[in-house]
Design a protein around this ligand. Structure first.
Ligand code: ADP
Length: 479
């Protein structure tokens, strides 16, 4: 079975968030099951530098405002899977964030940059671009690839089934209606039953309406996005698609996220967690934090946004510090949240530290050195950091929402008695609720025997791709 994955980012070549981790690890997990999987990527600098042995397959263009467009084929550096790359320097040869320019605004031609991605996917599906390899299923990820199903259905002769995976419904890929001229979309698709959304074009809605099946990245989020609270205005579309929508939990690449092999101060494993204390001390020293704190070290590795509940955390900080705990933050995001954390660190240098930036290797040091990972999200499609934290024996403290609710078992009398607890959960997206659970976690930290037991259980949780890849395979076969 030939499956083409279409996405804008892929770990380790281009990454802004969890999407890259999934696109980097799901295709190899499917290949391990015997499927013939390839990926299609825009030729961003990280992709061009990272793909091995890139060779032209077809000269396309001029299209989508680019004079020179070449479809090339190479191999992914780790898995060796085939990767198609759209080489269109005019559209993609830009350093930095793939979606946003240096001025902090979205690139004004994003509709063409990602329209082209969907368009090439459709033409690969039709067999015109590479007759040697024609996919049986096209699997598109998030709004960037949302036009792939729309272009495929534009050709009545083309019956390739499509799967569209929603990684975050909040990013709907919205563009002015006038853009449709540049995208070659027919008028009949530009209606509220098609990809029109409040007078604009939504690439996300295109994916939702025109795909054969929709998946999202956790069972809870699949239910939540059918409600107005989490549906971002698209809950009606989700309800209409009803039985075509399902939730398949993301997995973890444990070859990457492994405290026994990561580049950390002292690698450790569930059989011998002694190294974790050394990692904690090293992290405290790296950031000038006191090594004498009586409370646990809380960490954040996240986009600093209100989706991630970072404003709630800032508001709860006094409570955290009253418990004698410490906080260390790695992230980038909203300017006022960045400033808030910076200020907190400047007035509590012994107990609060912040690194504003994106740093993959530092994220491993955070996971290894912290006692607790905070993920107080308002909504969370799956969330990967709590899964990484579990494997590193860092107990997640999360809000009961989306994939967080599906992957963490709250510490309480029942779960402790049943040997199930793996972290801490709170319910209301409110400062006092988060603050109360932070206090509980600090109290539980006082009982080191009980802590160690939960920590070891956390490290033994298995969120590898095996199960999830099997569910995707079932879905492809059903199509
Ligand atoms: P989202 O995709 O919504 O941002 P996820 O939890 O699904 O959230 O995935 C986030 C990914 O990005 C994880 O791999 C996490 O480790 C990584 N990450 C987030 N912020 C940073 C940062 N500042 N530095 C390094 N890695 C980060």
């Amino acid at each position: 079975m030939r499956i083409l994955h279409v996405a804008s980012e892929i770990f380790p070549l281009v990454k802004t968030g969890g999407l890259a981790d999934v696109v980097g690890s799901l295709p190899p997990a499917l290949a391990k099951r015997g499927l013939d999987v390839r990926v299609l990527l825009p030729g961003l600098p990280g992709v061009l530098n990272g793909i091995v042995g890139l060779k032209p397959v077809m000269q396309i263009g001029p299209v989508f405002g680019a004079a020179v467009v070449t479809l090339s084929l190479g191999k992914l550096p780790d898995s060796g899977l085939h990767a198609y790359v759209i080489e269109a320097p005019f559209l993609y040869q830009r350093e930095g964030n793939p979606y946003v320019g240096p001025d902090g605004h979205d690139w004004s031609d994003n509709h063409r940059r990602f329209g082209l991605l969907g368009w090439v996917a459709a033409h690969l599906a039709s067999g015109e671009l590479d007759p040697v390899w024609v996919p049986g299923v096209v699997h598109a990820h998030d709004w960037h690839a949302g036009l792939a199903p729309a272009y495929i259905t534009q050709n009545p002769g083309l019956k390739t089934p499509t799967v569209f995976t929603v990684h975050n419904l909040a990013f709907r890929g919205m563009f002015p209606m006038e853009c449709h001229h540049e995208l070659g979309l027919p008028m009949r698709k530009l209606t509220p039953h098609g990809l029109e959304f409040h007078g604009k074009i939504s690439f996300m809605k295109a994916g939702l309406v025109y795909s054969s099946r929709i998946t999202t990245v956790s069972p809870s989020y699949a239910r939540e996005i059918c409600t107005p609270e989490f549906g971002c205005g698209l809950d009606g579309v989700m309800r209409d698609r009803g039985s075509d929508l399902s939730g398949i939990l993301n997995g973890v690449d444990y070859a990457v996220w492994n405290p026994a092999s990561a580049r950390i101060a002292s690698p450790y494993s569930v059989d011998d967690v002694a190294g974790k204390k050394i990692c904690k001390r090293a992290l405290q020293l790296e950031f000038g934090l006191s090594t004498e704190a009586r409370g646990p070290l809380f960490a954040v590795v996240s986009r600093l946004t209100s989706q991630k509940g970072m404003d709630l955390l800032l508001a709860s900080l006094p409570e955290l510090l009253r418990e004698g705990a410490q906080l260390i933050v790695l992230g980038t995001g909203d300017g006022d949240l960045e400033a808030g954390f910076r200020y907190a660190a400047s007035v509590n240098p012994e107990n609060v530290a912040v690194h504003i930036g994106y740093d993959e290797s530092m994220s491993h040091r955070f996971m290894a050195g912290a006692d607790i990972l905070l993920v107080p999200s308002r909504f969370e499609p799956c969330g990967l950091t709590q899964l990484y934290a579990l494997r590193y024996g860092t107990l997640p403290l999360v809000r009961r929402v989306g994939g967080l609710a599906d992957t963490v078992v709250d510490v309480n009398d029942d779960s402790l008695a049943a040997d199930k607890a793996t972290g801490f959960i709170f319910d209301d997206a409110a400062r006092h609720a988060l603050g109360a659970r932070i206090r509980d976690a600090c109290a539980f930290y006082g009982n080191q025997d009980a802590w160690l037991k939960v920590q070891k259980r956390a490290m033994l949780q298995d969120f590898s791709w095996d199960d999830s890849a099997m569910h995707y395979e079932e879905l492809y076969r059903a199509l």
